[in-house]
Design a protein around this ligand. Structure first.
Ligand SMILES: [Zn+2]
Length: 76
């Protein structure tokens, strides 16, 4: 993937967490599942055995990370 800021090739990698990984419009309670947060995007649901993992691309020059969440569900 090419960086949308500088156009250079980005490095592929993953973001891992022992907890659910999600994006949400505002901060919520840290242990609450984002499934109950309006407008939240679950990037990786929590798995007890595997933890959470999401693929991401990194640009070292721009210090940006791009996460593709594909067709994962957006909570209402
Ligand atoms: Zn860049």
């Amino acid at each position: 993937m090419q960086c949308p800021y500088c156009g250079k090739e980005m490095r592929y990698g993953v973001i891992q967490s022992p907890h659910e990984i999600s994006w949400k419009p505002e901060k919520g309670k840290i242990f609450a599942s984002s499934q109950f947060s309006k407008g939240a995007i679950i990037l990786s649901e929590f798995s007890f055995l595997k933890g959470s993992c999401v693929e991401a691309y990194c640009c070292d020059d721009c210090m940006k990370i791009i996460i593709d969440y594909g067709d994962r569900k957006i909570s209402e």
